[in-house]
Ligand binder design. Sequence first.
Ligand code: ADP
Ligand code: GLC
Length: 468
Amino acid sequence: MNIIHISAECYPIAKVGGLADVVGALPKYQNNAETSSQVIMPFYDVKFTKENTFTPIFESELTLGEQTHKFNILKLEKDILDFDVFFVDVPDLVFKDYVYSFDDTDRFLAFQIAALDWMLTWEKYPDIIHCHDHHTGLVPFMLQESFKYEPFRKIPNILTIHNAQYQGWFSHDNVNLIPAFNFDNVGLLDWGGQINPLAAAIKCAWRVTTVSPSYMEELKTNANGLESLLSGESTKCIGILNGIDWKVWDPETDNYIVKNFNQKTIVSGKKANKKALCDAFNLDISKPLFAFIGRLVGEKGSDLFPEAFRIALQNPNISILLLGSGHTETEEQLEPLTEDFKGQYNAFIGYDEKLSHNIYAGADFLLMPSRVEPCGLNQMYALRYGTIPIVRSIGGLKDTVRDISEDDGFGICHEHANVNDITNAIARGAELYENQTKFKAIRKQIMKIDNSWGASAKQYINLYKSIN
Ligand code: ADP
Ligand code: GLC
């Protein structure tokens, strides 16, 4: 069975968040005797594309409304990934030094049209077309409705919703950008008076998955306006928990971290990584280190940090380290904390893949007080690196972390995304740290939890088979 993933992100090529990690890992686990998986993604002007060479394998022009744009399909010359990735290069639209910005409608439509135009020329079509998020949400609609894609009508296609907060809305004034279709069916594109690519994909895809069972349930009552649509389509929807790439996220072989370790060497390994981190950020290694890694946006609950951290840091025996960027207001409110709590709080405002690995390896606790968390990968990386997750019980966090008060519990869970719950959870963490025997036993226990893709990749294959 041949599967083609169409996605805006893929690690290590272009990454903004967890979507890249999933699309960079799942295909590896789908490449075996039975199935073969490939990725099509946009060709951006980013570090990876600058540092590698690519061969053009197809050249054509696409039509976007009244305009035509030249495009190439490129293939990576060296076989450095574990699966094939094809790049859609639309030089005047897609090749930018960012993944997402104000011009996403034109860019991602051009990407989707070019990908499908090229696939029309294939001798053998794929058995499954797997789309990810709203950036590829018009694919299921075009496969079903656009005249020129008639040959694809019988190919089963799947949409995975990684995050329903973002839907790719644009005005009906731009409907002519979409390749011609029977206008009687224009309603399939619409949700609430706008063209809504995510809604269109939910309506047209053969199956809709999301990245954890709990998030699937939550979407029926909290989906940024799509609740009734998702409830109505629930028979074709399923939640499949993400896994993590066991090879990339392995403290025993991770090249980014200061000292490699495994379950046996966890004590010395964590200590060496924590020391390096504390030295770099002027923190005290003897205090429990609470960390946050992520986008500073409302969904992650990060606007609560300035107040929550000020309260939590009144306890002189804890340290906090933050890595992330996002809302300017949150960044500005966090800034004075570095001065006010010198030696106890520090932050790196920005994106740094290497530092993220060092934090998973060196921190004692990882904070995730998300308001919305479809799956969340950070908590699973933390577990693998012996860092205890402190999470709000929602979405994928609820499905992957069990509170220490329960049998075999290994994390700290709280109910609400508010300042009080965050500070209480940090206090519980500090208390656990005091009990070094229990703390160390839990660290060892969590490193053993298997959150690799194995089981979930099988669930996807079963889903593909059920519609093939
Ligand atoms: P989301 O996709 O909603 O941002 P996930 O938990 O699924 O959340 O995945 C986030 C991914 O992005 C993880 O791999 C995490 O380590 C990484 N990440 C987030 N922010 C940063 C940052 N500032 N620097 C480095 N890595 C980051
Ligand atoms: C989204 C979600 C995150 C999830 C990731 C990968 O970015 O916000 O929770 O882990 O996609 O599926």
